[in-house]
Design a protein around this ligand. Structure first.
Ligand SMILES: CC(C)(COP(=O)(O)OP(=O)(O)OC[C@H]1O[C@@H](n2cnc3c(N)ncnc32)[C@H](O)[C@@H]1OP(=O)(O)O)[C@@H](O)C(=O)NCCC(=O)NCCS
Length: 172
């Protein structure tokens, strides 16, 4: 694992940076909700939701060598079923293809087992998102289903692939 990579909580000072990333179509056209232009005020409202402790949704900034480069989340966590849903992006394009997302994913897996006692991480990925599919397969995720024409993003109907990764097989 790349030990220059770390995860930290989102701070109020991150608003401008997250607002910039949220308005980058190259990132958000790959995500489930697609690209929707978002004002700084809307972003601040979204961030205000994080002011209370919420053990069902964790969101972190990915840092590389002390610099903020991306975002990773585990949301909709169920402590009954012991799973959660992953989201990830590298916000600064010059930091793609350095293995940063893989390292961040490993850190999130470690946090999910050691701190949250979870068993499984799952996710949805658009079928044409080659970089993300490669990232997930490389890090142990298996394709387990497909939703046909599930998202209409940037003028195109996209199939969505469902993937899952068991964190601790030995507990079964
Ligand atoms: C998908 C995404 C998160 C991948 O980020 P990334 O940091 O480039 O991904 P990886 O960690 O897999 O690194 C990719 C490449 O870095 C290279 N690399 C360089 N140094 C490395 C190192 N020390 N360790 C590992 N890989 C390294 C590898 O060649 C790797 O390519 P490979 O898969 O051919 O082996 C990024 O492309 C992104 O933000 N996309 C837009 C948003 C998105 O699609 N999010 C997912 C939605 S489901």
């Amino acid at each position: 694992m790349n030990n220059k990579v770390s995860l930290r909580p989102i701070e109020i000072e991150d608003l401008s940076m997250l607002h910039k990333w949220r308005n980058d179509a190259d990132i958000f056209n790959h995500l489930g909700g697609g690209f929707i232009p978002t004002s700084k005020y809307e972003m601040s409202q979204w961030m205000a939701n994080f002011s209370k402790r919420d053990l069902n949704n964790f969101r972190f900034i990915i840092e590389y060598d002390g610099q903020s480069v991306g975002f990773i989340s585990l949301t909709n966590i169920s402590y009954l079923h012991r799973n959660g849903v992953l989201g990830i992006y590298i916000g600064e394009s010059k930091f793609k293809n350095k293995g940063i997302a893989s390292s961040a994913l490993k850190l999130l897996h470690e946090f999910s087992t050691k701190n949250l006692n979870l068993l499984k991480v799952k996710l949805n990925v658009n079928h044409n998102n080659v970089d993300a599919l490669r990232l997930y397969e490389k890090n142990g995720y298996k394709k387990v289903g497909l939703l046909e024409k599930d998202k209409y993003i940037n003028g195109e109907w996209l199939n969505v692939i469902l993937m899952e990764h068991f964190l601790e097989r030995n507990e079964e």
